[in-house]
Each structure stands twice: as structure tokens, then as C-alpha cells.
Design a protein around this ligand. Sequence first.
Ligand code: SF4
Length: 454
Amino acid sequence: MPAHTSTNSDLLTRLESFQSRLSPYPPIETFSELDFSHEALSEYLNFSQTPAINIHIPFCKELCNFCNCNIVVTRQYGLAAQYAEFLRQEIQWYRDALKAQNKEFPAPNQIYVGGGTPTFLLADDLRRVMLAVEGAFGTNKSIDRDYCIEVDPRNVDHEIISLLKSLGFNRLHFGFEDFSNDVQQAINRKYSFERIKQSASIARAQGIHSISIDMTYGLPEQSVITFSNSLKQILRLAPSRIVLQRYSHNPKIFKSQQSIDSDTLPSEKAIQDMQEFAVSHLKEIGFHAVGSNCFVHNEDPLSDATKKGRIHWTYRGYSKEPSDTVLGFGLSAVSTTPSAIWQNQLSLRNYTKQVRTQGHAVYRGTALSLDDQIRRDITLKLLCNEEIDKEAFQARWKQNFDTYFANELETIQETFGKQLLINNDHELKLTTSGQWVANQLATVFQGHWQTHNT
Ligand code: SF4
């Protein structure tokens, strides 16, 4: 992957106005009421690949100022215990729906439990939730499975790791920012390198070897020096995967960010320098890029999957195998299938109320038109394979690619020139500069781009 110096500053400036992360397609703003019954679910679950499961545990004991997740900050465990019970009921509703329709659901190869702080749940509650998943869908015991859980290094100990191992998790995911005191104070999230190192050692000693890290940059009080020192330090843990996330300051939407003084945010130049440092340093020590913000080492299964063209992308990031169906459970969780997408209730109150009365918590969604399915396919191909084979497109969708996307191709040509894409009769392929902005380019094909950028 190139350093950012290979794109010109005008282009970078223009790209800044685009959304930096993709949301599921079609975008959530287009969702409306969705028919959701056992029968409807059966129709939506027309998967041809092994489905994946996502579970959202939204609780945190303290609010980090930079947080942009849908979370519940509390120290009352009762709320979480109750939530775990509703999660079980929600999962069981799906199990009953599948049974009622005689639908076989293959044991998931991929489970992701994110937060919030999943380990906010006490052992018994977490165990009960995972047993509900096993009871409803089965679980996969093979070493190829990717069962990942986000952990907060501030509360990991031998007991918790042993529990996670017994529940089948084989990858731990740490969210990490910067070890500078000033940054940690500004974002109200404090931990030491020693604490993370200890958590990683405990995990590896108990046989959970795979560690992935989300590293956020562009934070208040952060400088290129604090960022680069922190990245070098975190690499001493030998993670196999690093996802770089740029902090997005949006205090009007995320109230917690109102306590961040925007004058303390690093300049655009400093942010680009952080990106350049990260990319060149990670490359130097043997990581290679997957998409525009994920870096993997050779031993990470994503590395092999990338070479075989098998990786897949969901809003949880890249995964090592394609899955056309992801079932999301819990507050604000999103589910996608080949023919529909839906999201659960956003507030704890509404989530629990709806599960109590209806069994599921689906709040809004949409059935996918053929056009939606085509656009989603193109988006995923650009994000995962960085190219589109026009003959394969024609064979799958019975459409000529250049004709179908004539407007989008013109928009890309006018906006970006020829720097980012190679477009010939056989393929549409991202150049090395284009790989950096795969997210933004994919957005052009999502049909709502013009609405968002005019
Ligand atoms: S950043 Fe993570 S730990 Fe902090 S409040 Fe948000 S979800 Fe919780």
C-alpha cells in the first residue's frame, strides 16, 4: 500500500468531505417498518454461505469522552443481568422461528461479541447467553472458527480468560488509543501498557493466541510523537491484526464528545503524518494492508484469505470468509441477509419492552430490491477484492456493468480523474492510491452518494 504522499493534497481535501466509514448498505436512514414474523424471517434467511453472529453488550462502567457507540453507562449490574435474559429470549425467538419453518441453520464459523464492554457481564450471564447461541444455532469447535470478543484490559484476569476460552472464543480484540497521560486524561480512558501486556500474556498462556487491536488516532492532545510511540509499544504485544480508526469529532451527535475541546485536536497535517507513520512502520515490520484501514501479519487468517480472494466485510470489519448472512442480537444490532437488512431497537427501554412483548427487537429495516443487491455486491467487491470482474458481474446479475453503472463511472472520472481506478473492458480495479480510499469509492456505487455530497 502506498504512503499518503502518493495522493495529492487536493484529492485528500476532497475526500475529507466524504464519509470515512461505510455503514451497512442500504444505509440505515432509508430503513422503515419491516414485516417481521417467523414466516418473513424464513424468507429473508435465504443464505447460501454459513451465517455469522454478532452480539452487542452495550454496558460500560464509565463514559470515555471520545465514544461514538450506542452504550449504557451504569454501575448497576441489575440492568445488565436483565439484559442478558432478554438477549437469551431474543436468540430463542430466532431459534423457534427457524424450527417453525424447518430451516436448517449451519453452526456459525464466525461469532463477534462487541460492546460497550462485553466482559461487563458476569461469568454466569455471559455463559447463559453463549449457551443460548449454541442451543439455537450450534457452535463450531474447529480451529478454523473465528470467535472473537472485545475485552477491556482494565478488567481482564485469569478467571475471565479461562471463561472466554471455555466458551469457545479464540480471538481477543482490544480497543486502544494512546499511552500519553494527556491523551488519556482528555478522553477519560486510563490504562497502562503493563496492564494490556498482562492481559495478552494471560490470554496466550491459556491458549488464546490471536490478538487483534483497534487503534484510534486523531484524538485530543495526541501528537505524531505520542501516536508513534504508542503504536511501537502496542506492537510489542505481537498482535496479528491492527485496525486503524480515525477519531471522528461530532459533538452534536455524540454528547460525550462535548467535553472535548476542539482546539486540542491534532491538525489535519498531523493526522496525515500519523497515518503515514503507521503505514510505513507496519509495512516495514511485515504487516500488509487489507482494505484501507486494516493491517495483518502473515499468521493472521485474514492474510491467507486475502490472497485467496475470500475475505468479506461487514460493519464489524473484515472477516476471513464470505458470509451472506449476519444475525445481530442486542441493542441496535444490525442483521443482514441476501434479501433484507434490519436493525434492533436503539434504546434499552424499547429493546427490553419489544423483546418482552414480541420476542424479537426489530425496529426498522428494508427488504432489498434487485438494485440494492447489485449495489451491495459491488460495494463488497471493492472493499474486499479491490476489483470487479465485469464478466463475472454479467454472469451473476445478467447486466452489463458499464451500462448499469454509467453515471457512477462518470462521477468517479469527473471527481477523481484516473488516479484511483483502472477501468477497461474486463475489469474495474483500484490503483494503489485507490486502495486507500476504497471506502469512499465504494460509496459512489451505493446510489445515495449524490444525496450526501451535493
Ligand atoms: S469507548 Fe468503549 S469503553 Fe469507552 S465508553 Fe465507549 S464503548 Fe465503553
